[in-house]
Design a binder for this molecule. Sequence first.
Ligand code: NAD
Length: 373
Amino acid sequence: MKIAVLKERRAGETRVAATPETVKKFVGGGHSVSIEKGAGDTASIPDSAFEAAGATMGTAATVLKDADAIFAVRAPDDATIAKLPRGALLVAQMEPHGNTALAKACAAAGVEALAMEFVPRITRAQAMDALSSQSNLAGYRAVIEAAHIFGKAFPMMMTAAGTIAPAKVFVMGAGVAGLQAIATARRLGAMVSATDVRPAAKEQVASLGAKFIAVEDEEFKAAETAGGYAKEMSAEYRAKQAELVAAHIAKQDVVVTTALIPGRPAPKLVTKAMVEAMKPGSVIIDLAASMGGNCEVGKPDEITVHNGVSVAGFSNLPARLASDASSLYAKNLANLLPLLVAEDGSKAPHREDEVIAAMTLTRDGQIVHESLK
Ligand code: NAD
């Protein structure tokens, strides 16, 4: 199979879908890998490292010529999709929820588009789960960004000149990103608390040494879907949650929000009034910025200062750790590869496999994913 990797073209995207390690693995398995020149530059992977691993470097046009599979971090733009070889596999983070425009473009181009976001949350697929690999890094980086913006230290420090109190960090949403944010803030010495609507999160938060804060009513006990994601909560629950959270937030130095519901706008958890109740100098990192934000204040990719409180809406934190994020994402793709080929290495997606079935958006010029029909 000829595997093609293009330079990512989205503004602010620094990651690349292959690394010398995965290229070596593909070439060792009998595949050929063609990579657009400069694709790894922003992830600190020079063309020479890809070449040394066995890849051929070229222009976008030569890379795409006769490609059987295109591996990408993000969905290419419509003009690029239209140029992909008909019948080729396109595997990327497609932002697929409700994205019928993209599905139509892929169907029109005749590509078999697979969305990494739709890898099911089953044990067998964990090594292919890009949402997890990238969210984990985003959670870490969120705390690093917060520490950078915050004008105080995180750990308690006892010095001859006096004592510095530890920072109070509150993490909203204790999924993959939130749990890593908790662990990172704890390592930096902060006093950490966290909230979530899924009961399973309670024990995980406690095991990381953070305090769990949530409205634990009947709705909370049933808030997790079979897929492990949160359900959208009722207006009544959200009102109770807001009341509990309001008093807590006023005492925090740093709030990291990570609450998401797949395919839905992010729940608004931090109101303008809550921001105004915080001390000047406090910091809010809104990881849900690209899904509308968990905080009423702030904009994607900007740091908004409101009443002395900085609200940072990073929409692509993994891109701020381009090297590690590329490495883990490329491994997710390498772990998916056996489901895309036959035993002799030729292109043959295992369409009956539940992982591939769940990921496939388009095939043979048609939209096949139920959610996009
Ligand atoms: P996510 O990114 O969809 O959401 C982040 C978190 O926000 C979730 O924990 C969610 O419950 C929470 N949230 C949603 N609405 C909220 C609200 N109103 N208030 C507070 N919190 C709210 O979730 P995720 O990080 O992708 O992970 C969700 C779960 O799936 C985790 O328990 C994770 O461990 C699990 N998971 C399982 C597998 C697997 O088995 N293969 C892989 C990855 C993750």
